[in-house]
Design a binder for this molecule. Structure first.
Ligand code: AHR
Length: 649
């Protein structure tokens, strides 16, 4: 019997029927006859931006780091010179022979001595090592030119020290003009290992290389695609929308480093990349069309955030004529997303390989514009709002100034369709605030989008000390997150959309800027935090009708019913270390099945967490609860999130 089995047994024992009238019991009444609202069909979604190596070194499956040599102005970082046996060569970063006006740098290799037995080459160490896995076909490509070296070249996947070759392919045909080369590298049986990718030259001469790319198999076999393991984890969250591309990433530190979407589309040779606000350079290999295809792959609707003239250095573009080009850029971006192929930018999307328009209902104007203390957001929002509504009257415009910052200006001159509010709170705050937080919102006002939220344990997410803690949260945070979700679900007629942030973290040392994060990974594996599983439990188990509940003060709970199946879902959270019996009364139900299903996320210790080495330390378990009646007692396990599925007979 392993530890998990012992614990399951304990949970089951605690869930047995207890006398319904214990003095200390909490109480919950669910009135199945009183619908208090309809659960928004877009309630569960995802939020994403380039942070913590979310795409480069993350979801985007590219394995070569600094593939176009644009990441550093003076050094060919992540590249090293390899000289086998008697080979002699020098490697340098070079801008004398650009591929085009966008990719202006290349890697120059000057070889004085080389042969097939003793070649000279350049090696890339990838994102914390190139993950080399057995029986895998990798697709490599690169641009090369030479005045005096026609090859052959040998591309290899090898161990980090070069002592073992896992796959190799020889090619020839390098000429004076830049030319693209493509090849496959197939590994055999091996133990997964971190390695490097090397291009070897076998003759004396000078060689230039750029846009060196290496992809393992991708989700749906898309070229320039995504990691299948991470995509599968996201699919399990059943997301209905994706908010992108930020977050701070849409704003940039400066206007020049905003998410300039027109520089992220088309062939990779036309994407220069840009400095992202989280301290590293983005290749923009994962650009606007890739975000949209990601939506399509997971059946999500895009919630498109457009740059709105505010930058993280606190500068802004004056509303009026100066802002107009950015408004036009947003209109073009919307057209690229949802215009048909006969429009200018819809036509460009078709040319880029996707003739069909993507569905679009929501456009977010900026990000966290309450940071803009100049007071310009009202007029900036109005300018975008008027232009978008004039061309796309059905699109809903989201304001980024919400009630969570009452000290800041609200948008007054136009009524936003939706307001985006962000909540990064301590676990203790979520525990206590969740039962009442949304009680007094005006249901006749704008709808609410909780576009970023997460509980942290002790250290605020953006402070450097948080980086000393594990990259993903513990069960303690997941319990608080579940409290917050229960509060939002009870108001999911008003809260039309919500999503946790940040979604991704590369767990390698130095890869992250923020903590906590929902999903962690290295080059080989990914895992969900306990918060991931709490969200999965909620998103996989809810109905379409919010039911009226009456609960003991402080009990975090929510109940919904599915009109098609009649199933009633009750969410219960116990953030404390002792069992907590709840007397549950179901009103206005006549015929209940005698057993219910309980899905429970729990651990004996609230500091328990998951990691790349122990991905399933805290995962939901499913049990059967017997003797269900209109009044029964369910004992919540210590430190637990529970979903009860109550079935009609
Ligand atoms: O989620 C991390 C950051 O938090 C986002 O980029 C920003 O919108 C918020 O301040």
């Amino acid at each position: 019997m392993n530890g998990k089995t012992i614990y399951l047994t304990a949970v089951t024992a605690l869930s047995l029927l207890l006398p319904a009238s214990q003095a200390q019991n909490l109480s919950l009444t669910v009135d199945a006859g009183q619908a208090v609202g309809t659960v928004s069909p877009r309630f569960f979604g995802l939020m994403t931006e380039e942070i913590n190596h979310s795409y480069d070194g993350g979801l985007y499956a590219e394995l070569i780091q600094n593939r176009s040599l644009m990441d550093n102005a003076t050094k060919a970082i992540h590249w090293s010179l390899v000289q086998r046996q008697a080979a002699k060569a020098e490697m340098s970063l070079d801008d004398s022979t650009p591929l085009n006006e966008v990719l202006t740098n290349s890697l120059r290799l000057d070889i004085t001595t080389a042969s097939e037995a003793g070649p000279a080459g350049v090696a890339n160490d990838g994102y914390w090592g190139i993950p080399i896995t057995p029986n895998t076909t990798y697709r490599a490509s690169f641009y090369a030119r030479s005045d005096n070296h026609s090859g052959p070249l040998i591309a290899k996947l090898e161990s980090a020290d070069g002592s073992t070759t896992f796959a190799e392919t020889k090619l020839s045909g390098v000429g004076v003009a830049w030319k693209e080369f493509g090849l496959n590298l197939r590994t055999g049986a091996l133990n997964p290992t971190k390695g490097r990718f090397v291009i070897y030259a076998t003759r004396r001469g000078s060689l230039w290389l750029t846009l060196v790319s290496l992809f393992p198999p991708t989700f749906n076999n898309r070229p320039n695609g995504t990691r299948p393991d991470i995509m599968r984890m996201l699919a399990d969250l059943k997301p209905s929308f994706l908010r992108f591309p930020g977050g701070n990433y849409v704003e940039g530190d400066t206007v020049e480093t905003r998410f300039d979407w027109k520089k992220t589309i088309g062939p990779l040779t036309s994407r220069p990349g840009h400095q992202c606000p989280w301290g590293y350079r983005s290749t923009d290999g994962f650009g606007l069309l890739e975000f949209l295809q990601w939506c399509e792959d997971l059946h999500m609707e895009p919630v498109l955030a457009v740059y709105a003239g505010y930058n993280l250095d606190h500068s802004h573009i004056e509303p009026g004529a100066a802002l107009q080009p950015y408004v036009q850029d947003a209109l073009d971006e919307i057209e690229y997303t949802c215009g048909d192929a006969s429009t200018t930018w819809g036509g460009r999307r078709a040319q880029d390989g996707h003739p069909a328009p993507f569905p679009l209902h929501y456009v977010e104007i900026g990000n966290e514009d309450w940071f803009d203390k100049s007071g310009s957001y009202d007029a900036r929002f109005a300018q975008f709002f008027d232009a978008i509504k004039a061309k796309y009257p059905k699109l809903e415009c989201i304001s980024t100034v919400g009630t969570e910052h009452p000290e800041n200006q609200r948008v007054h001159s136009r009524k936003p369709d939706v307001i985006d509010e962000h909540y990064y709170s301590s676990a203790a705050t979520f525990d206590s605030d969740s039962p009442t937080h949304f009680e007094n919102y005006d249901h006749n006002g704008p709808k609410i989008f909780v576009g970023e939220w997460a509980a942290y344990e002790d250290v605020v997410p953006w402070e450097p000390p948080s980086r000393k803690l594990p990259p993903t949260p513990s069960l303690k945070s997941a319990l608080a997150d579940a409290c917050w979700m229960a509060g939002m679900e009870r108001h999911s007629d008003l809260i039309v959309m919500q999503c946790y942030a940040p979604m991704f973290v590369n767990v390698n040392p130095g890869a992250r800027q923020w903590r906590p994060n929902l999903i962690g990974y290295d080059g080989f594996n990914c895992f969900g935090s306990p918060s991931y599983y709490a969200i999965q439990m909620f998103s996989q188990n809810h109905g379409d009708t919010i039911l009226k509940t009456t609960a003991s003060p402080g009990l975090n709970q929510s109940a919904t019913r599915d009109s098609a199946t009649g199933l009633i879902y009750v969410q219960l959270i116990n953030p404390k270390g002792q069992p907590a019996p709840v007397d549950i009364t179901l009103q206005n139900v006549t015929l209940l099945a005698p057993t219910a299903t309980a899905i429970t996320l729990s651990a004996p210790d609230e500091t328990a967490s998951n990691s790349v080495d122990k991905p399933a330390a805290v995962v939901p378990v499913t049990t059967t609860v017997p003797n269900i009646q209109p009044s029964f007692t369910y004992s919540m396990a210590p430190y637990s999130v529970t979903v009860l599925q109550l079935k009609p007979r």
